[in-house]
Structure formats: structure tokens, C-alpha cells
Design a protein around this ligand. Structure first.
Ligand code: HEC
Ligand code: HEC
Length: 466
């Protein structure tokens, strides 16, 4: 009870503070894109024109003053470093006992993307999901995630070490390129060995933009995309990932995460709080600790039950859903936009769909009936053996991945300093990401590989402009 008041008080204080900040300076950085062409406005009404380090962190331009205040509150909690319980700042305690980072922004730095750990670094923006029995059971000792940090007195679960094997291959014209294949090992296992048949899936923290748009695309619309793909002869055959949605008590479209396992931004947020930070909430009331770990650890401090109050959870989800998409930058060196044409002709656009529409009813009214340009179909695709994690997740197989939206991809290096691509961050460049494509995308990868060097470069430049 006491802590509920505390978090509530903190939240009200923040709201008050934020309202005054909003009134003083609400128009920062929000201007219309230089080029009025609709296609450059990747997020439709959620587009902002920014080429700064803050490009992923700007609110949707249509937010009302009240919504803007809520966004600012959500932002503050997104960046809050939660602390070990019990603490004097009881509104912010409950971290761990095991965790990956102490804040959302610890992984989604600047609302952007994580990267795999460098040698000797603690893995943060890349986490390891665990299971046994084809993704259906938690790993018996460590649960569903292998945490790389812990509170005082609790062992760290493991450190993640990645060794890369360099693979050299050739384009159709004979020019060579290198791929970087990761091999994972888990060292310093704090609670003993992993089960012999443990399955694991490395996942990179993606950028957080335009999520409210993706949340409001109808299931029937996605089904029609899947039907369109099935009618093609290129081997592309995506499918909608249906998952259980506790908010409605029924099955919904999975949209978020690399395997589209979460149906809403709120669910993704609830699972992130509990799984990544160790902050329990009404949707995920228990920490990711196995019975075995509970025995070893004995009684543990907690920051209340739940540790995150519902209002705070919803404000963070609102913030996450209303982050804008930076406008596309034109490429003066490609005036005919040949790169964009090539993107379509080699078949990238069948999965990375340029244009989508939201439903006529939306969770945020301004997002109803909107046309936008995410470069995804939100469908699961078999991407072949080389990208497989062999760990099924809900209904997604060990070879299936959701097409990631390509919007903002050209801005990642500006926001995050570096850019690693694909679910495990193995690709150091856009070119490498493409050349890892297999399975349903093999046809498209081969078509790309057969382009002249000049055309490959124009296609890459086009992606860089997103
Ligand atoms: C340990 C690093 C880490 C932390 C901390 C973290 N995330 Fe994430 N986030 C990820 C990873 C990894 C994924 C992809 C998950 C998957 O594939 O299932 C992700 C995915 C997401 C997505 C879905 C994006 C998309 O395009 O599908 C949202 C929204 C999100 N996180 C919000 C949050 C919020 C809110 C918090 C804080 C409560 C948070 N995250 C904390 C690593 C992190
Ligand atoms: C069959 C569907 C499909 C086709 C066709 C396809 N992709 Fe992809 N693409 C995916 C999926 C799924 C992933 C994620 C794979 C992973 O992370 O393991 C992906 C990942 C990417 C990424 C990395 C994105 C990120 O956020 O890390 C880039 C860049 C990309 N694709 C570009 C292209 C280009 C360019 C083409 C055409 C040559 C293409 N793709 C064709 C489905 C497809």
C-alpha cells in the first residue's frame, strides 16, 4: 500500500513538472520534412524531421498537451534506473534479483538499438532467451532468460561470450564479401551447468520507433498480405503469428519482438519490466527465477507486489507507442531513385512492404485510417538454416523470424554510434544482413547478388536513406 502511494506521488510530481516543461517548449524539433513527398514521411502522421542523435526519441506531432505530458512521464520512467529493494527511494526499488539492465534505456539507448557485447563487456543490449522441449518449458535452472547482472548477494547467472567465424563468399560477378558467424558460449554460470538440451535464442534490442502504427494494423489486412505472398512463385510465404493476448483474453496478432511474440506494446513493456529488469507487474507477477534458484537464494527482498504500478506501466507503454519515425532522407546521388526500384524488382519489398494502413479503429484515435511506410509485413518467414536459432517461440518455429521494419535503419549509426543488424546483431553492414537471408528470401538474395556492383550500391543507398 505504502509503495503504491509512493510511486503514485512520484508520478503526479512528474506529471506536474512535465506539464510546465511542455507548456514552455513543446515545439522543439517537430517540423515537417523538407521534402513534401508523401513517401518520405515514413511514419505518416507520426513522422518527424530529425537527423540528430535524438531522432528516435521524439513524440508523435499530433499528441495533445495532456498526451505530451504523459509521454514525458513515460519517458522519465523509461530512463529511470530502478534500484535494489528495500531502498529509501521506495518508488524506484525492486530491481532484480537477476536482471540484464537497470533501465529500459540501458538497452534501448536513446530509444535505439543495442549491440552485441565486445570482448570483456557485459552483454546488455543483446539478451539470451532460454528453454527446453522446443521452447515449451523454461530451462530448469535458469528459466526463460539468462541474466547477466544481479543484485548484491545474488550470483550473476552467466556471462555471454561471442566468437565470430569469418566466412568469405562471392557475388555472381566474382567480387568477394565477408560474413561474421557468431558462436555463443555461456561462462561463469552462477547456478551450475545449463541443461544438456537447453535451447537458446540471442535477441538484439531493436529501435523503438513507430510502434503505435504497427500495433493498429488489422489482422485481416495482414492475412491479405499473406494471401498475396502465397500466390507468388518466388517462395515467399509469410504467416500471421497468432498469440494469446491477456488484455482481451483471446488470440491476437503477435507483432513485437523478433518472432512477433507480443501482441501489444503494453504486453511487450510488461514482459520487459519483469524479464529484463526484474520489476514484477500485474501482467507478469513473478521474477524469472526457477524453483531451484529460489531454494538456493532463500528469502529475497522485493519492492512490493507488484513492483511496478499499473499507471506507470501504462505510461511507459504509451511513451513507447508514440515515439515518432524520422523522415526518409533523399539521396542526391540517386536522383532517379533507381535504388528504390531495384529494391522492388529483386523482391525485397514482398516482405519489407513499403506501404501499410492502420485499421479504422485504433488504440490512439489519431492512428486510425493512416497510411505509413514501415518496410515490413509483420509476418513470420522461414529465413533458412543459417539464421535459425532452432528454438520455437509460441507458434514461431526455430527458422522463422518476423520481417523487421527498415524505417530508421539509416539513422541507427547517428543515434547509437554503431549499427549491428539481424536478430543476434551478427551483421556489421546492410550488405551483410542481406547476404545472410535464406529460406523464403533466398530468391531475393540471389537476385540481389546478381546485380552489378553499381546497382547493389544504389539499392544499399536507398536502404541507407530510410
Ligand atoms: C536487456 C535489454 C533490454 C531491456 C532492459 C529492455 N528491452 Fe525492450 N527489447 C529488448 C530485446 C532483446 C527486444 C526484442 C525481444 C524479442 O525478440 O522477443 C526488445 C523489444 C522491445 C520492444 C518491441 C520492439 C519491436 O520492434 O518489436 C519494445 C516496445 C520494448 N522492447 C520496450 C521496452 C521497454 C518499455 C523496456 C523497459 C521496461 C525495455 N524494452 C527494456 C531488449 C531490452
Ligand atoms: C522472405 C521475406 C524477406 C525478403 C524477401 C527479404 N527480407 Fe530482409 N529480412 C527478413 C527477415 C525475417 C529479417 C530478420 C532476420 C533475422 O533477424 O534473422 C530480415 C532482415 C533484414 C535486414 C536487417 C534488419 C534489422 O533490423 O536488423 C535488412 C537490412 C534487410 N532484411 C534487407 C532486405 C533486402 C535489401 C532484401 C532484398 C534483397 C530483403 N531484406 C529481402 C525478411 C525478408
Amino acid at each position: 500500500m505504502n509503495r503504491v502511494i509512493h510511486q503514485g506521488v512520484l508520478r503526479s510530481a512528474l506529471t506536474l513538472l512535465c506539464c510546465s516543461v511542455v507548456l514552455l517548449g513543446c515545439t522543439r524539433d517537430i517540423v515537417s520534412p523538407e521534402d513534401p513527398a508523401e513517401l518520405l514521411r515514413l511514419g505518416g502522421p507520426m513522422t518527424v524531421s530529425s537527423v540528430s542523435v535524438d531522432a528516435f526519441g521524439l513524440p508523435a506531432p499530433f499528441l495533445s498537451a495532456d498526451e505530451r505530458a504523459r509521454f514525458v512521464v513515460g519517458n522519465a520512467f523509461f530512463r529511470t534506473n530502478w534500484v535494489t529493494a528495500p531502498a529509501t527511494t521506495t518508488s524506484r526499488d525492486g530491481l532484480g534479483p537477476t536482471f540484464h539492465a537497470s533501465s529500459c534505456s540501458g538497452c534501448h539507448f536513446k530509444d535505439g538499438r543495442g549491440s552485441p557485447p565486445e570482448p570483456g563487456e557485459i552483454a546488455t543490449g543483446l539478451l539470451i532467451r532460454l528453454s527446453t522441449e522446443n521452447g515449451t518449458r523454461p530451462e530448469p535452472t535458469y528459466g526463460y532468460q539468462l541474466a547477466t547482472r544481479s543484485i548484491l548477494g545474488v550470483p550473476v547467472e552467466a556471462s555471454v561470450v561471442i566468437n565470430y567465424e569469418t566466412i568469405t563468399r562471392r557475388f555472381a560477378d566474382g567480387q568477394t564479401y565477408e560474413l561474421y558467424k557468431p558462436h555463443f558460449t555461456f561462462e561463469s554460470l552462477g547456478f551450475g551447468p545449463l541443461a544438456a538440451h537447453a535451447e537458446f535464442s540471442p535477441r538484439l534490442a531493436p529501435q523503438m520507433i513507430g510502434l503505435g502504427l504497427l500495433e493498429n494494423v488489422d489482422a485481416s489486412y495482414l492475412e491479405s498480405i499473406a494471401a498475396e505472398q502465397a500466390a507468388q512463385t518466388t517462395g515467399v510465404s509469410g504467416r500471421v503469428h497468432y498469440v494469446y493476448n491477456p488484455e482481451t483474453g483471446s488470440t491476437s496478432v503477435g507483432r513485437f519482438g523478433w518472432k512477433a511474440t507480443q501482441p501489444t506494446v503494453l504486453q511487450q513493456t510488461a514482459h520487459a519490466f519483469a524479464g529484463d529488469i526484474g520489476m514484477t507487474n500485474s501482467f507478469v507477477p513473478e521474477d524469472d527465477l526457477t524453483p531451484q534458484q529460489r531454494v538456493v537464494l532463500g528469502p529475497l527482498p522485493n519492492g512490493g507486489k507488484p513492483e511496478i504500478e499499473d499507471d506507470v506501466l501504462r505510461d511507459v507503454a504509451f511513451y513507447s507507442a508514440t515515439l515518432s519515425v524520422p523522415a526518409r532522407r533523399t539521396q542526391p546521388s540517386d536522383p532517379s531513385s533507381r535504388g528504390r526500384t531495384l529494391f522492388t524488382t529483386v523482391g525485397c519489398g514482398s516482405c519489407h512492404r513499403e506501404t501499410m494502413h492502420t485499421a479504422s479503429q485504433a488504440s490512439i484515435p489519431a492512428l486510425a485510417n493512416v497510411t505509413f511506410h514501415p518496410f515490413t509485413d509483420l509476418l513470420l518467414h522461414d529465413m533458412g538454416e543459417e539464421l535459425a536459432d532452432n528454438r520455437p517461440d509460441v507458434q514461431a518455429s526455430g527458422r522463422e523470424w518476423r520481417t523487421p521494419p527498415l524505417w530508421g535503419i539509416g539513422m541507427i549509426p547517428i543515434v547509437n554510434g554503431k549499427r549491428r543488424l539481424l536478430h543476434d546483431g551478427r551483421a556489421r553492414t546492410i550488405l551483410e544482413a542481406i547476404m545472410w537471408h535464406g529460406g523464403e528470401a533466398e530468391h531475393s538474395r540471389e537476385a540481389f547478388s546478381k546485380l552489378s556492383k553499381a546497382d547493389r550500391d544504389l539499392l544499399l543507398q536507398f536502404i541507407e536513406s530510410l
